[in-house]
Write a protein that binds this ligand. Sequence first.
Ligand code: LLP
Length: 418
Amino acid sequence: MNFFGYRGGHLFVEKVSIASIAESVGTPFFCYSSSSLEHQYLELKHALDPMGVRICYAVKANSNQAVIKTFANLGSGADIVSKGELIRALDAGITPDKIVFSGVGKTRDEIRHALEVGVGQFNIESPSELELISNIAQELKKTATVALRVNPDVDAQTHDKISTGRKADKFGIDIDLAPALYTQAAQMPGINMVGLALHIGSQLTSLTPFRDAFERIAILVQDLRAAGASVKRLDLGGGLGVTYTTENPPDIEDYAQTIRSTVSSLKVELTVEPGRFLVANAGILVARVLFIKNTPVQRFVIVDGAMNDFIRPTLYNAVHDVLTEKKDANCKLSSAQVVGPVCETGDILAKAANLPPIEPGALIAIASAGAYGAVMGSTYNTRLPTLEVMVREAMTAVIRPRPTYEDILSLDQLPNWL
Ligand code: LLP
């Protein structure tokens, strides 16, 4: 279901025109559809509820408080990877017992804080991390609930930079080494070993790697149990892909069926950690055309949004659709490169968009920018952080205002010798 579409030739989000938002808040800005977020969550919940699978939203995909709260209100838990994300999740109303603390490099301070607030589960990724958690838990006279993240050596068949389950990747404990560490962990003071976790990568468009990984971890559960260990929980990670342009990601019911056929008979409490699936297609990045520059080889559409606002095309060569605010079915489309003002050749939002004739002052939107958009933004070139808006039917709310230049400069301090 698409909550972005044209009415009378103009781009709308739900019942609000993009042009009217741009008029009131300026450009560039991210715009999220609240109904779309809700729709995605409920679709996933509907497919997974019969198996009792808990959804822990991977906050890293979009950590605006309004987005986290939208999911919290629907009953979601959270997958977090830092103290900052933990603070966000709690502040948005997610109770600690529904929070999973993932990540390969947790600091002493982060572990201490997570134990103090009582997070529901730590997914650990190395023997030294396990030891540190055990020590801090003892200091605090607490027990840490722990799952061991396994590296199942499965290629997720996605972009190299977002593949996490291959033997050579930094994530998880090698599946062959997992049984020994699990048994050892189960005896450590301050540790309550409850199960296993995995996450093999992001933007998976085939179920095969999921199935391979789930089958491998199911065997591991059986082996551990045969050796006398207790395995009560299984965290299957995130990774479900979405359609950006022509991708054909798995149907959500088929994803659920893959879970059913591989691990549901193990009688474990199941969790998933989706990020992108819940938010990617619920957001767009709106920018205004500054100039058109025609060169002998290219039509450049120079806009006021840039790689600091949205880095996916630069970082992963990601291809996102470009929508024009005005749509006229009679206009001829031709190739254009949509670029920003940042002083790097890689500052490209769309390498080969198919656009109608377009003039300075017009608005364009980068589609499917709700996941890993605003959260990966920076102030490179001393550009201001991107404003964010959420729309619900006819209501519009700024959910992150644009800071001022004074705000940005106030973060710096001069040394006393200058
Ligand atoms: N769980 C863990 C442990 C993760 O590391 C991630 C994402 C997720 C869950 C959520 O994965 P998702 O359902 O969103 O695929 N910046 C990249 C994506 C990085 C993903 C990092 N980990 C991009 O823009 O494609």
